[in-house]
Write a protein that binds this ligand. Structure first.
Ligand code: IVH
Length: 713
């Protein structure tokens, strides 16, 4: 009876003989067939057809698609292929930020991680603490959003808060399903994981690139990144990118209550996960896993750079929360760096933003772990002396992950007979000022860093400060990179941060317009004006960080912004500290801020004690508006905006957990008691802080009273 039915097209029907209707039916058949073989190949490791047969299917699909471009192609693996975005990639804001990981290098770092987690959670030695271990894939992280099971967007990590929209390209990756299947797929879930390229595919790609006279990629990760960031999705589609899912961002429901459980759900839904993930019960188990994986590393077929450990219970993960931008519940245990030997051609001295002279080894180019290295850091003068590194020496260089390669040691047997010890200069190579090693007030020891004393007159320092000012985590001015800063500084257009914001007005009146200058053009200049204009409003923490004050990194800038709230409060606080000196109340107030110590307050006071810095900041503020600090993801509570101090031994929670909990509820946690303290929470054996609170009439709470106040929250 089947013979009676009108026969539909099949794999043998010549494409020319298909009418539009038959083409649609055949396309649908091919989509299902391709998806089935993808699943067999990638998820079940059980292909039923050869690669050549598979390619034939794809080929046929593409051929029909070409003939009937008007057919609706929803859910097809090559959907959007060829879509060319004129303005590059748009941005996507991650609903939940994409985090980074803290690093462990030595075994002790891992035992300490486990112990720290236990302390934080107040777990006794006999209480179970399961931790997962899995390979750390050396690729690029991606966040893929599924709504009602369908893939809707995909974004790169970017700065963690906002990434690039690479949806069209991600949809061309065979291993990534366009639809999640299962009864427990949440309505909304951002699936996170790593896109990477296998070794064999990487080598084949580079061979093809070489034949075509195209760019050769340094390593699989660069090749994967280059392949994903293609404006023409057809190129991405032609690269065999792969994917492992290992984490998540926003989700409307959780499919499990453990890390391993969620990853198992990913697998059920059709996402590729790493089969080597394991649940361990002790730090010793983690270290065994690390050693086993190290041995298997070269046979995996893809690059990994370590192991990631994650606390398995999700309720523990929530309690542990974050420090800075990394979770307290996870850590990356890195494999040792890769090394190679080469010849040191010369030593160049670079001058940093704070005048630090940094020696850089200029090397005979050498490949270290798949990357060509021609520069390596020598750290400082003492390191050169300690290792007795000389120009002309054969040296061992090493590189670990993304960090700058380093010179590890000299191969003495290969030292030229006429070599002479290296003498570190005592003048700045850029401005000629004296370069000195300050000595520490307390210890009298010389600082390891030699610094140029040129300050404002040193062009190298000024340029580095400007580069820092416009950099990604500071003002983030697109189109004003390091080269442009060099150029604008040298031609006198931008000497101080404020000049950036008057550049357009000055250019309009200038005879030598920027748009007529070599290397520019009307369009790129317009873009530059737009990106400068976009930064006339800036959050307080970025503003503080951008000033480039010594010892004030991103985290410290955030701590200051959180505690002081507005630019006016910040200015008043630092001015008072600069004026009052170490014994002033203002100094102590700053020192009291959680996360801020005396070194930072000294640096702030030194910076704002210089009239030209105060003036430069004042100038800048004529052109930019600084937004008050907005606390992130804070739940409004009775303690929001209050300053609290913990003292003594707590019972219900550990001190770090109590602090994290208070901060989540919007409270400021200070290190010592002052007039501004709202509550002192006193545990057992509270000492001088409790006395101080009583003296100042600050409300003192027991731990139970505190928990009652915040509603157990
Ligand atoms: S978990 C909150 N698991 O490593 C935890 N990350 O150094 C988020 N990475 O940005 C990351 N393999 O790109 C996790 N199995 C793995 C990973 C992994 C590679 C990358 C990821 C992340 C970076 C942090």
């Amino acid at each position: 009876m089947a013979g009676k039915k009108k026969k539909g097209p099949d794999a043998e029907t010549p494409i020319e003989s298909l009418d539009a209707n038959a083409a649609r039916v055949e396309l649908a058949r091919l989509v299902a067939e391709i998806a089935r073989h993808d699943a067999l190949y990638y998820q079940q490791d059980a292909p039923e057809i050869s690669d050549a047969e598979y390619d034939k299917l794809r080929h046929r699909f593409e051929e029909i698609e070409r003939r009937y471009p008007q057919l609706p192609l929803s859910d097809l693996p090559t959907q959007h292929v060829g879509a060319l975005s004129a303005e590059g990639f748009g941005k996507i804001r991650h609903a939940v930020p994409m985090l980074s990981l803290g690093n462990a290098f030595a075994d002790e770092d891992v035992t300490e991680f486990e112990a720290r987690v236990r302390r934080f959670l107040t777990l006794g030695p006999d209480e179970a603490l399961a931790i997962t271990a899995e390979p750390k894939i050396d690729g690029l992280s991606i966040s893929i959003r599924y709504e009602n099971g369908a893939l809707v967007t995909a974004a790169t990590r970017g700065d963690g808060a906002e990434g690039e929209n690479v949806t069209a390209n991600v949809k061309t990756i065979r291993e990534i399903p366009h639809r999640l299947v299962g009864t427990d797929v949440p309505d909304v879930i951002d699936v996170r994981g790593e896109i990477y390229l296998g070794h064999a595919d990487f080598e084949a790609l580079n061979r093809a690139q070489a034949e075509a006279g195209a760019k050769i990629f340094a390593n699989p990760r660069n090749a994967a990144a280059g392949s994903l960031r293609q404006l023409d999705s057809r190129i991405t589609a032609s690269r065999p990118l792969r994917f492992f899912a290992y984490a998540w961002g926003e989700t409307s429901a959780m499919p499990a209550d453990t890390q391993a459980g969620v990853v198992a759900a990913f697998k059920r839904w059709g996402l590729p996960v790493n089969a080597r993930m394991m649940v361990c019960e002790s730090a010793a188990g983690l270290l065994d896993y690390y050693r086993d994986l190290g041995e298997a590393r070269s046979k995996l077929g893809y690059d990994i750079d370590g192991v990631v450990y994650k606390v398995n219970r999700l309720d523990y993960q929530t309690r542990l929360g974050l420090v800075s931008r990394a979770p307290r519940w996870a850590i990356a245990h890195k494999f040792p760096a890769e090394q190679a030997t080469t010849v040191l051609r010369s030593i160049e001295i670079q001058v940093g933003r704070t005048g630090a002279l940094t020696p850089v080894a200029k090397l005979e180019p050498v490949t270290v772990g798949g990357v060509v290295v021609s520069n390596a850091t020598l750290h400082n003068e003492d390191e050169i002396r300690r290792k007795d590194v000389r120009v002309g020496d054969t040296v061992v260089v090493q590189r670990a992950g993304d960090v700058i390669p380093q010179v590890v040691r000299v191969v003495e047997e290969k030292r030229p007979v006429d070599s002479v010890p290296y003498v570190f200069r005592d003048t700045c190579p850029v401005c000629g000022s004296h370069a000195v090693r300050e000595s520490d007030e307390a210890t009298g020891e010389a600082d390891v860093v030699r610094r140029c004393t040129g300050g404002l007159v040193c062009p190298a320092q000024a340029k580095e400060r400007l580069k820092h000012f416009v950099s990604r985590n500071a003002f983030d001015i697109e189109g004003l990179g390091e080269e442009k800063i060099e150029l604008f500084y040298d031609d006198g257009r931008i000497m101080r941060p404020a000049d950036i914001f008057t550049l357009q007005a000055r250019d309009a009146e200038s005879l030598k317009r920027l748009k007529d200058q070599k290397g520019f053009g009307a369009k790129s200049v317009e873009k530059l004006w737009a990106s400068i204009a976009a930064r006339r409003r800036v959050p307080l923490d970025r503003f503080i960080y951008a000033l480039g004050i010594r010892h004030v990194g991103e985290t410290t800038a955030k701590d200051l912004a959180r505690a002081l709230g507005t630019i006016e409060a910040f200015q008043a606080a630092v001015a008072a500290a600069a004026e009052g000196g170490r014994d002033s109340e203002a100094y102590r107030e700053l020192d009291n801020i959680e996360g801020i110590g005396l070194t930072v307050v000294d640096a702030l006071a030194a910076f704002f004690g210089e009239p030209h810095n105060v003036e430069a900041v004042g100038e800048l503020l004529k052109h930019v508006t600084v937004e008050p600090y907005v606390p992130v993801a804070v739940t409004a509570s009775p303690v929001t905006g209050r300053t609290v101090v913990f003292t003594g031994t707590l019972v219900a929670t550990s001190r770090p957990e109590a602090k994290a909990q208070a901060e989540r509820l919007g409270a400021k946690v200070a290190g010592s008691v002052s007039k501004k303290t709202d509550y002192v929470i006193a545990g057992a054996d509270a000492g001088s802080k409790l006395d101080k609170a009583r003296e100042l009439g600050v409300t003192v709470l027991t731990e139970d009273e505190w928990q009652a106040l915040i509603g157990g929250g």
